[in-house]
Write a protein that binds this ligand. Structure first.
Ligand SMILES: NC(=O)c1ccc[n+]([C@@H]2O[C@H](COP(=O)([O-])OP(=O)(O)OC[C@H]3O[C@@H](n4cnc5c(N)ncnc54)[C@H](OP(=O)(O)O)[C@@H]3O)[C@@H](O)[C@H]2O)c1
Length: 241
Protein backbone atom coordinates (compact mmCIF):
# COMPACT_ATOMS: atom_id res chain seq x y z
CA UNK A 1 0.00 0.00 0.00
CA UNK A 2 1.20 3.48 -0.77
CA UNK A 3 -0.15 6.45 1.08
CA UNK A 4 -0.13 9.99 -0.26
CA UNK A 5 -1.73 12.36 2.19
CA UNK A 6 -1.67 16.05 2.87
CA UNK A 7 -3.98 18.21 4.88
CA UNK A 8 -5.90 19.53 1.84
CA UNK A 9 -6.53 16.35 -0.05
CA UNK A 10 -6.16 12.83 1.21
CA UNK A 11 -5.62 10.25 -1.49
CA UNK A 12 -5.15 6.69 -0.41
CA UNK A 13 -3.65 4.49 -3.06
CA UNK A 14 -4.27 0.85 -2.37
CA UNK A 15 -2.32 -1.93 -4.00
CA UNK A 16 -5.03 -4.48 -4.54
CA UNK A 17 -4.14 -8.16 -4.13
CA UNK A 18 -6.76 -9.01 -6.76
CA UNK A 19 -5.44 -10.20 -10.12
CA UNK A 20 -8.13 -8.32 -12.06
CA UNK A 21 -7.45 -4.98 -10.46
CA UNK A 22 -4.04 -3.41 -10.59
CA UNK A 23 -4.06 -0.13 -8.78
CA UNK A 24 -6.84 2.09 -7.68
CA UNK A 25 -6.74 5.64 -6.39
CA UNK A 26 -9.60 6.37 -4.04
CA UNK A 27 -10.14 9.87 -2.76
CA UNK A 28 -11.95 9.76 0.58
CA UNK A 29 -11.01 13.26 1.69
CA UNK A 30 -14.61 14.48 1.35
CA UNK A 31 -16.16 11.50 3.14
CA UNK A 32 -17.94 12.23 6.41
CA UNK A 33 -17.59 9.26 8.72
CA UNK A 34 -20.23 8.66 11.40
CA UNK A 35 -19.63 6.28 14.29
CA UNK A 36 -22.74 4.84 15.96
CA UNK A 37 -21.96 4.03 19.58
CA UNK A 38 -19.01 6.36 19.12
CA UNK A 39 -18.87 7.11 22.84
CA UNK A 40 -17.50 3.60 23.56
CA UNK A 41 -13.85 2.59 23.44
CA UNK A 42 -13.84 1.23 19.91
CA UNK A 43 -15.89 4.06 18.47
CA UNK A 44 -13.80 6.71 20.20
CA UNK A 45 -10.61 5.05 19.01
CA UNK A 46 -11.71 4.89 15.38
CA UNK A 47 -13.18 8.41 15.49
CA UNK A 48 -9.94 9.80 16.92
CA UNK A 49 -7.78 8.14 14.29
CA UNK A 50 -10.00 9.15 11.37
CA UNK A 51 -10.14 12.74 12.65
CA UNK A 52 -6.36 12.81 13.00
CA UNK A 53 -6.17 11.68 9.36
CA UNK A 54 -8.13 14.79 8.38
CA UNK A 55 -11.57 13.28 7.78
CA UNK A 56 -14.83 14.81 9.00
CA UNK A 57 -16.07 12.64 11.85
CA UNK A 58 -19.37 12.52 13.74
CA UNK A 59 -19.87 10.54 16.91
CA UNK A 60 -23.32 9.07 17.50
CA UNK A 61 -24.87 8.13 20.82
CA UNK A 62 -28.27 7.35 22.26
CA UNK A 63 -28.11 10.83 23.79
CA UNK A 64 -26.86 14.02 22.14
CA UNK A 65 -25.38 15.21 25.46
CA UNK A 66 -23.10 12.20 25.77
CA UNK A 67 -22.09 12.44 22.13
CA UNK A 68 -21.20 16.12 22.52
CA UNK A 69 -19.26 15.46 25.68
CA UNK A 70 -17.13 12.72 24.07
CA UNK A 71 -16.72 14.69 20.83
CA UNK A 72 -15.29 17.65 22.70
CA UNK A 73 -12.98 15.34 24.66
CA UNK A 74 -11.62 14.01 21.37
CA UNK A 75 -11.33 17.47 19.75
CA UNK A 76 -10.03 17.66 16.16
CA UNK A 77 -13.43 19.11 15.04
CA UNK A 78 -15.25 15.84 15.82
CA UNK A 79 -18.98 16.50 16.21
CA UNK A 80 -21.44 14.72 18.50
CA UNK A 81 -25.07 13.90 17.70
CA UNK A 82 -27.73 11.31 18.40
CA UNK A 83 -27.21 8.08 16.45
CA UNK A 84 -30.03 8.96 14.06
CA UNK A 85 -28.66 12.43 13.31
CA UNK A 86 -25.16 11.01 12.89
CA UNK A 87 -26.52 8.43 10.45
CA UNK A 88 -28.31 11.12 8.44
CA UNK A 89 -25.34 13.50 8.35
CA UNK A 90 -22.67 10.94 7.37
CA UNK A 91 -21.71 9.38 4.04
CA UNK A 92 -20.32 6.26 5.63
CA UNK A 93 -21.37 4.95 9.02
CA UNK A 94 -19.51 2.58 11.34
CA UNK A 95 -21.55 0.48 13.75
CA UNK A 96 -19.64 0.20 17.03
CA UNK A 97 -22.24 -0.85 19.60
CA UNK A 98 -22.30 -4.04 21.68
CA UNK A 99 -23.85 -7.10 20.01
CA UNK A 100 -26.76 -6.91 22.48
CA UNK A 101 -27.91 -3.59 21.02
CA UNK A 102 -27.01 -4.25 17.36
CA UNK A 103 -30.32 -5.47 15.95
CA UNK A 104 -32.52 -2.98 17.76
CA UNK A 105 -30.34 -0.01 16.84
CA UNK A 106 -30.17 -0.92 13.14
CA UNK A 107 -33.91 -1.59 12.97
CA UNK A 108 -34.43 1.98 14.20
CA UNK A 109 -32.12 3.43 11.50
CA UNK A 110 -33.30 1.70 8.32
CA UNK A 111 -34.42 4.93 6.67
CA UNK A 112 -31.56 7.12 7.89
CA UNK A 113 -28.97 4.61 6.65
CA UNK A 114 -30.65 3.99 3.31
CA UNK A 115 -28.21 4.40 0.39
CA UNK A 116 -25.15 4.60 2.68
CA UNK A 117 -22.17 2.39 3.25
CA UNK A 118 -22.51 0.81 6.69
CA UNK A 119 -19.38 -0.71 8.21
CA UNK A 120 -20.01 -3.30 10.88
CA UNK A 121 -17.20 -4.04 13.38
CA UNK A 122 -19.38 -5.85 15.89
CA UNK A 123 -18.11 -9.16 17.28
CA UNK A 124 -20.90 -11.35 18.66
CA UNK A 125 -19.03 -12.89 21.59
CA UNK A 126 -19.87 -14.35 24.95
CA UNK A 127 -17.61 -14.40 27.98
CA UNK A 128 -17.36 -16.91 30.82
CA UNK A 129 -14.72 -18.26 33.21
CA UNK A 130 -12.82 -19.74 30.27
CA UNK A 131 -12.70 -16.46 28.38
CA UNK A 132 -14.32 -15.29 25.16
CA UNK A 133 -16.30 -17.51 22.78
CA UNK A 134 -18.28 -17.01 19.59
CA UNK A 135 -22.04 -16.74 19.83
CA UNK A 136 -24.28 -18.40 17.27
CA UNK A 137 -25.98 -15.82 15.07
CA UNK A 138 -29.08 -16.95 13.20
CA UNK A 139 -28.21 -14.81 10.14
CA UNK A 140 -24.62 -16.12 10.06
CA UNK A 141 -22.86 -13.05 11.42
CA UNK A 142 -23.50 -9.58 12.78
CA UNK A 143 -22.67 -8.14 9.36
CA UNK A 144 -25.19 -10.41 7.60
CA UNK A 145 -27.81 -9.48 10.16
CA UNK A 146 -27.06 -5.82 9.40
CA UNK A 147 -27.43 -6.38 5.65
CA UNK A 148 -30.77 -8.16 6.10
CA UNK A 149 -32.11 -5.31 8.24
CA UNK A 150 -30.56 -2.56 6.09
CA UNK A 151 -31.67 -3.84 2.70
CA UNK A 152 -31.08 -0.45 1.05
CA UNK A 153 -27.57 0.07 2.48
CA UNK A 154 -24.28 -1.48 1.41
CA UNK A 155 -22.93 -3.32 4.44
CA UNK A 156 -19.22 -3.98 4.80
CA UNK A 157 -17.59 -5.92 7.63
CA UNK A 158 -14.27 -4.47 8.88
CA UNK A 159 -12.23 -3.26 11.89
CA UNK A 160 -13.01 -6.31 14.07
CA UNK A 161 -9.45 -7.00 15.14
CA UNK A 162 -7.99 -3.61 15.99
CA UNK A 163 -7.72 -3.12 19.71
CA UNK A 164 -9.49 -0.01 20.98
CA UNK A 165 -6.63 0.43 23.44
CA UNK A 166 -4.14 0.77 20.58
CA UNK A 167 -6.46 3.06 18.63
CA UNK A 168 -6.76 5.35 21.64
CA UNK A 169 -3.04 5.33 22.37
CA UNK A 170 -2.19 8.06 19.89
CA UNK A 171 1.14 8.75 21.65
CA UNK A 172 2.18 5.10 21.37
CA UNK A 173 3.82 3.16 18.57
CA UNK A 174 2.37 3.42 15.07
CA UNK A 175 -0.44 0.95 14.39
CA UNK A 176 0.46 -2.00 12.21
CA UNK A 177 -1.24 -4.98 10.61
CA UNK A 178 -4.16 -5.59 8.31
CA UNK A 179 -7.85 -4.78 8.41
CA UNK A 180 -9.90 -7.58 6.87
CA UNK A 181 -12.64 -6.06 4.72
CA UNK A 182 -15.61 -8.17 3.61
CA UNK A 183 -18.63 -7.32 1.54
CA UNK A 184 -20.65 -7.96 -1.57
CA UNK A 185 -20.16 -4.56 -3.23
CA UNK A 186 -16.72 -3.95 -4.73
CA UNK A 187 -16.92 -0.15 -4.66
CA UNK A 188 -17.88 -0.22 -0.99
CA UNK A 189 -15.13 -2.67 0.05
CA UNK A 190 -12.53 -0.63 -1.90
CA UNK A 191 -13.64 2.53 -0.14
CA UNK A 192 -13.50 0.89 3.29
CA UNK A 193 -10.04 -0.52 2.47
CA UNK A 194 -8.93 3.03 1.69
CA UNK A 195 -10.44 4.15 4.99
CA UNK A 196 -8.42 1.46 6.79
CA UNK A 197 -5.34 2.91 5.13
CA UNK A 198 -5.83 6.17 7.05
CA UNK A 199 -4.99 4.32 10.29
CA UNK A 200 -1.26 4.93 10.08
CA UNK A 201 0.57 1.71 9.28
CA UNK A 202 -2.51 -0.36 8.58
CA UNK A 203 -3.70 -1.82 5.29
CA UNK A 204 -7.17 -2.83 4.19
CA UNK A 205 -7.31 -6.31 2.64
CA UNK A 206 -10.40 -7.60 0.85
CA UNK A 207 -11.21 -10.88 2.59
CA UNK A 208 -14.33 -12.17 0.88
CA UNK A 209 -18.08 -11.87 0.66
CA UNK A 210 -20.29 -11.00 3.58
CA UNK A 211 -21.27 -14.66 3.99
CA UNK A 212 -17.71 -15.24 5.27
CA UNK A 213 -17.89 -12.57 7.97
CA UNK A 214 -18.86 -15.02 10.74
CA UNK A 215 -15.42 -16.55 11.17
CA UNK A 216 -13.76 -13.12 10.96
CA UNK A 217 -15.96 -11.84 13.79
CA UNK A 218 -15.37 -15.04 15.77
CA UNK A 219 -11.58 -14.85 15.35
CA UNK A 220 -11.69 -12.00 17.86
CA UNK A 221 -12.34 -14.61 20.58
CA UNK A 222 -8.96 -16.16 19.71
CA UNK A 223 -7.25 -12.76 19.79
CA UNK A 224 -8.74 -12.07 23.22
CA UNK A 225 -7.35 -15.43 24.44
CA UNK A 226 -3.91 -14.41 23.12
CA UNK A 227 -4.16 -11.06 24.86
CA UNK A 228 -4.95 -12.75 28.16
CA UNK A 229 -2.12 -15.23 27.85
CA UNK A 230 0.58 -12.94 26.47
CA UNK A 231 -0.62 -9.61 27.90
CA UNK A 232 -0.78 -7.81 24.56
CA UNK A 233 -3.14 -6.33 22.02
CA UNK A 234 -2.99 -8.95 19.27
CA UNK A 235 -4.03 -8.08 15.73
CA UNK A 236 -3.98 -9.70 12.30
CA UNK A 237 -1.36 -9.57 9.55
CA UNK A 238 -1.81 -11.39 6.24
CA UNK A 239 1.33 -12.64 4.49
CA UNK A 240 2.31 -12.92 0.81
CA UNK A 241 -0.12 -10.39 -0.67
N1 LIG B 1 -13.22 -2.70 22.32
C1 LIG B 1 -12.48 -3.22 21.36
O1 LIG B 1 -11.23 -3.33 21.47
C2 LIG B 1 -13.14 -3.69 20.09
C3 LIG B 1 -12.35 -4.09 19.01
C4 LIG B 1 -12.96 -4.48 17.81
C5 LIG B 1 -14.35 -4.51 17.72
N2 LIG B 1 -15.10 -4.14 18.80
C6 LIG B 1 -16.56 -4.18 18.68
O2 LIG B 1 -17.00 -2.84 18.71
C7 LIG B 1 -18.26 -2.75 19.38
C8 LIG B 1 -18.15 -1.68 20.46
O3 LIG B 1 -17.18 -2.08 21.40
P1 LIG B 1 -16.89 -1.15 22.69
O4 LIG B 1 -15.87 -1.85 23.49
O5 LIG B 1 -16.64 0.25 22.27
O6 LIG B 1 -18.33 -1.26 23.42
P2 LIG B 1 -19.01 -0.41 24.56
O7 LIG B 1 -18.06 0.63 25.07
O8 LIG B 1 -19.59 -1.37 25.53
O9 LIG B 1 -20.24 0.28 23.80
C9 LIG B 1 -20.10 1.26 22.84
C10 LIG B 1 -21.25 2.25 22.92
O10 LIG B 1 -22.46 1.63 22.48
C11 LIG B 1 -23.56 2.27 23.09
N3 LIG B 1 -24.47 1.24 23.56
C12 LIG B 1 -24.33 0.41 24.65
N4 LIG B 1 -25.35 -0.44 24.73
C13 LIG B 1 -26.17 -0.16 23.69
C14 LIG B 1 -27.42 -0.66 23.24
N5 LIG B 1 -28.03 -1.69 23.88
N6 LIG B 1 -27.98 -0.12 22.13
C15 LIG B 1 -27.37 0.90 21.48
N7 LIG B 1 -26.21 1.43 21.86
C16 LIG B 1 -25.62 0.91 22.95
C17 LIG B 1 -23.02 3.13 24.23
O11 LIG B 1 -23.10 4.48 23.82
P3 LIG B 1 -24.25 5.49 24.34
O12 LIG B 1 -24.59 5.11 25.75
O13 LIG B 1 -23.53 6.80 24.26
O14 LIG B 1 -25.36 5.37 23.38
C18 LIG B 1 -21.56 2.74 24.32
O15 LIG B 1 -20.72 3.82 24.68
C19 LIG B 1 -18.55 -4.15 19.95
O16 LIG B 1 -19.54 -4.77 19.18
C20 LIG B 1 -17.23 -4.89 19.84
O17 LIG B 1 -17.40 -6.26 19.55
C21 LIG B 1 -14.53 -3.73 19.97
Amino acid sequence: MRLNANSDNINYMTQSPDADQNEKMIDISQTTVGVLGGTGEQGRGLATRFALAGLSVIIGSRTAERANEVASEIGHSVKGMTNVDAALASDLVIVAVPWDGHKELLESLVISLSGKIVVDCVNPLGFDKQGAFRLDVAEGSAAQQAQIILADSRVVAAFHHISAKLLLDTDGAQLSGDVLVLGDDREATDLVSALAGTLGGMRGVYAGRLRNAGQVEALTANLISMNRRYKGHAGVQITDI
